[in-house]
Write a protein that binds this ligand. Sequence first.
Ligand code: SF4
Length: 383
Amino acid sequence: MTKTAKTSNGKWEREIPTVPSSARRAIRQKLLRWYDRLGRDLPWRRRRNDPYAQWVAEVMLQQTQVETVKTYYERFMKRFPDVPALARADEHELLMYWQGLGYYRRADHLHRAAKIIASDGGQIPNTTEELLKLPGIGRYTAGAIASIAFDRRAAAVDGNVVRVLTRLSGWSDASTPQRTLQRVWRLAESMIPAKRCGDFNQALMDLGATVCVTGRPRCEACPLKRECKSRNEFGDSNVAHQTKPVQRNSTVRPAVREVRRCVALLNRRGAMLMIKRPAGGLWGSLWEFPNVEADGDDSSRALRTLLHSMKCDMGRKLTRLGTVTHRLTHRLYTFNVFHLDWPTGHVHMRPTSQRAPWRWVSANQLRDWPMSTACRKMLLLTC
Ligand code: SF4
């Protein structure tokens, strides 16, 4: 049960969940032994003493599943093996290597941070305080890099670690998510061993990802089942019902907004017209096909207006190719995709688009051209 205590500013607060020091010792030992036997074999773990390798992996993992990251990581590391290579990278090429991972702002942050590090001697900072000064590095990422690459006593609390620690400590209060999360951080910091700090953090993450999973945890396979307060109090089958997951930001999820757009795949003798999106924001700096908000359910009216403004020969046939749907966390996109042959390729961009770079991209170039997954789905309609 969670107790209350008076804080230094005179307010009553719930105490952070505690794990007795004797249990902490046992937890560290058992967890590290379990990790040595059953920890996940991930590409970046084979480069454990390389802070650059850890940094790239942690940034990729910020909003992307491990399995997806695995397929992109090695390719990225081969092309940009160290800080100088990344600092020198051309933005266009960098995006080509990042496309498919989503959240492209991360690539921009990584690039900017590499330039800062390169111009400052080339050494990646080895403390959380210094790491936090770099673009794109938050508390979790700083803790992960400092502990894994430099064996610093820093916690790294992600969703998996929150779940494991709240269950382990028998703490199920999720009434004020932000403060609860702060307390989980304090608990995590109190648990870090003097040595093998990075292994300990990764062991907690692995336990949450493979054993202490959301829904019904696999307590029978857990190395911490004797120390786990939730399991001891409620039993294996009831842990999931008795412990409430802590939401990271808010308990209320924003509604999913539906967005409908019409898209034109303009074809100039096999090359497609693509326009670069502005930096930052959704799909920032990626390339896309000319598109416009749909006017009505399935109408090409708005698209015809757009093409007319581009001095496109509308005597030619605008053919409907089909519909592509694409789901983001808070948006559901429906793209009505049209095709138009435009052999002359004379482009007159609208005033609002004039500053945006545009290019006729050949079929060969399209394969690696930096564009969103939604645009890749549209291209499939032409096959
Ligand atoms: Fe999670 Fe069960 Fe292990 Fe407790 S015993 S930490 S609930 S898997």
